[in-house]
Design a protein around this ligand. Structure first.
Ligand code: PEP
Length: 258
């Protein structure tokens, strides 16, 4: 079975201006040692306006951090006032782009079709999508969680080739756990991440599924990261609120310390 390098990403959402962003990353780097980065990827996803500052900081201080963006437009350019395209992000050395975060689905009307177009734009420009999927509380209580996630995967990955699928990261983020302080149990997270891997095996074969990195996201904190990361199908975390504290995010990243 291929080795899967865990990936822990911080989604800052609409928090921190570019000066605060620099401070946050500097403090994070201060709290982390070389060993904390070893064998895993650590990514920060600041707002668009801070990407250039953080890119420069990562380069100048040679920080072993990846840069991620929270969204992009599906078209490469055009009359789309206020939007940011995938090639613009690629020029800033952005490595990962969140696609289909539940806040974008719920607040900005992103359908699987829109998410699919964004995933493909990200891949066209050599970056990796972190494709977010997850069910609402209503859907979970109706016993529909797995089907909802499978449908989101099918819709969002339409036309994505096997080669492209190997570059994908999927984040399982139950909507009811995001920003609520209520996280999925490690068993629930494991079950859903395994179901995601199963669906990828259906679509792309077992080899691709075995190599796929599946993150859990939803109220990840220093106190629950170890147990979540201990699950065989959980290959990382997508962290919202706790990534805004350099101390907490560093504790999450360094969860393997004794
Ligand atoms: C997120 O925004 O992707 C997220 C998981 O948020 P939080 O960790 O705050 O629940």
């Amino acid at each position: 079975m291929p080795e899967r390098t865990p990936i822990i990403a911080g989604n800052w959402k609409m928090h921190r201006d570019h000066l605060e962003a620099i401070q946050l990353v500097q403090k994070l780097a201060y709290h982390l040692s070389e060993e904390d980065y070893e064998g895993q990827e650590v990514v920060v996803c600041p707002p668009f306006v801070a990407l250039r500052s953080i890119q420069t900081l990562i380069q100048s201080d040679k920080l072993p951090l990846g840069l991620g963006a929270q969204n992009c437009h599906a078209e490469d350019e055009g009359a789309f006032t206020g939007e940011i395209s995938a090639p613009m992000l690629a020029r800033l050395d952005v490595a990962y782009v969140l696609c289909g975060h539940s806040e974008r689905r719920a607040l900005f009307g992103e359908t699987d079709e829109v998410v699919n177009a964004k995933v493909r734009a990200v891949q066209r420009h050599g970056m990796r999508p972190i494709l977010c999927v997850g069910e609402t509380l209503e859907q979970r209580e109706a016993g529909e969680a797995t089907q909802v996630v499978v449908d989101q995967l099918r819709g969002s990955l339409e036309g994505v080739t096997i080669g492209e699928a190997t570059q994908l990261v999927v984040a399982y983020e139950p909507v009811w756990a995001i920003g609520t302080g209520r996280n999925a149990t490690p068993d629930d997270a494991q079950e859903m991440c395994a179901a995601i891997r199963g669906e990828i095996a259906e679509q792309y074969g077992q080899g691709t599924a075995d190599g796929l990195r599946v993150q859990y996201g939803g109220s990840v904190k220093p106190g629950n990261i170890r147990e979540l990361m201990g699950q065989p199908d959980v290959d990382g975390a997508l962290v919202g609120g706790a990534s805004l504290s350099s101390e907490d995010f560093a504790l999450i990243v360094s969860h393997r310390r004794g």
